[in-house]
Design a protein around this ligand. Structure first.
Ligand code: D61
Ligand code: MG
Length: 334
């Protein structure tokens, strides 16, 4: 549905959507002129519209580092997620990815659509990386190395226990939290946050996505890996896919609520992390995704639709429904 259609269906969304459009126009004007930076910011918008918006409202120096950080990890994740790559090819790429970012000629073709463009033209990202400060480069390299190693570990390992679940989410999202805290610190805008709090920021976002995307992931062809831990779902069904069948609706919702409750464990840490932030733009950058996540969990809780179709917050709805939050916390950039 186009923007006009969306507005006619939900007139209350008009004002927030207008503000969103204006913020996007303003953000576009701030992109650096050189082609590699143009590529990075264009790609950022294509592969993640929601993170693109919060990244773009950061100050110029930090914004460039976070943009490159995002694209490097998105490229790494594209390798991880591409099921057509044989394991013996995939493992060495994941493990050495952190070295390839220093090589402005290196690229590895995989993924589809926008992700394929990102992979084919990865030299633009490595060129942008080479222009970052040493402190920012070091933080990005370290996190890329640890994430690649963690992804490699889980390529042929299933998520069985809740500990496995927390460990996998640490590699793919908790480490992003650690890296971001390092980037904030390297920019001298924040004190260095404790690792466990930074980790929780990522775990909460990743678990929310894993819960919301149950149906999309289970229906994926070729068969996609699943991240709901057996330790939780086996209390309700024999096979994870049984949750989507109508005869198991009661069990499915109980299991879903168990998953949501597990993710809420991280909320305390997230609030603690955000309370310590000083810089208003960094605060918005961190708090907006967290608010979207809590809104998504509220929508998913006790909701059988998670097993029937996509449960996603509308862009306009995110800002109207959550507007009291956004305003009270001085987050009203949207
Ligand atoms: C403050 C603000 C943002 C934060 C944060 C703290 C702490 C952690 C994160 C963002 C990361 C949250 C990740 C949640 C979404 N999950 C994914 O995108 C999965 O991929 C994980 C591996 C690549 C991570 C790339 C990333 C994501 C967000 C960032 C970032 C890097 C860098 C800076 C800012 C935000 C998921 O991807 C599927 C897809 O969406 O295509 C998956 O494969 O599981
Ligand atoms: Mg992945």
């Amino acid at each position: 549905m186009g923007t006009l259609g969306a507005i006619l269906k939900h007139p209350d969304d008009f004002y927030p959507l207008l503000k969103l459009k204006m913020a996007m126009k303003h953000a576009e004007k701030q992109i650096p002129q050189q082609p590699h930076w143009g590529f990075c910011y264009t790609m950022l918008h294509k592969v993640s519209r929601s993170f693109a918006l919060v990244i773009q409202q950061l100050g110029p120096q930090l914004r460039d580092a976070v943009c490159v950080f995002y694209l490097v990890l998105r490229a790494l994740d594209t390798v991880e997620d591409d099921t057509s790559i044989a394991t013996d090819v995939k493992l060495p790429i994941l493990i050495s990815f952190h070295r390839h970012i220093y090589d402005c000629e290196w690229h590895f073709s995989c993924g589809t659509k926008d992700y394929k463009v990102l992979m084919d033209q990865f030299h633009h990202v490595s060129t942008a990386f080479s222009e970052l400060g040493k402190g920012h480069q070091g933080a990005i390299e370290e996190i890329t190395r640890r994430m690649g190693a963690g992804m490699a570990k889980f390529i042929s390992k299933e998520v069985e226990t809740i500990d496995d679940y927390d460990e996998y989410c640490h590699y793919v999202a908790g480490l992003v939290g650690l890296g971001l805290s390092k980037l904030f610190h390297a920019s001298q805008l924040e004190d260095l946050a404790p690792d466990d709090l930074s980790n929780s920021m990522g775990l909460f976002l990743q678990k929310t996505n894993i819960i919301r995307d149950y149906l999309e992931d289970i229906n994926e062809i070729p068969k996609c890996r699943m991240f709901w831990p057996r330790e939780i779902w086996s209390k309700y069904v024999n096979k994870l896919e049984d949750l989507k069948y109508e005869e198991n609706s009661v069990k499915a919702v109980q299991c879903l609520n168990d998953m949501v409750t597990n993710s809420l464990i991280h909320v305390n840490d997230c609030l603690k992390y955000m309370s310590a932030l000083q810089d208003p733009a960094i605060f918005r950058f961190c708090a907006i995704p967290q608010i979207m996540a809590i809104g998504t969990l509220a929508l998913c809780y006790n909701n059988i639709e998670v097993f029937r179709g996509v449960v996603k917050m509308r862009r306009g709805k995110i800002t109207t429904r959550t507007s009291f939050c956004l305003v009270n916390y001085n987050l009203n950039i949207l």
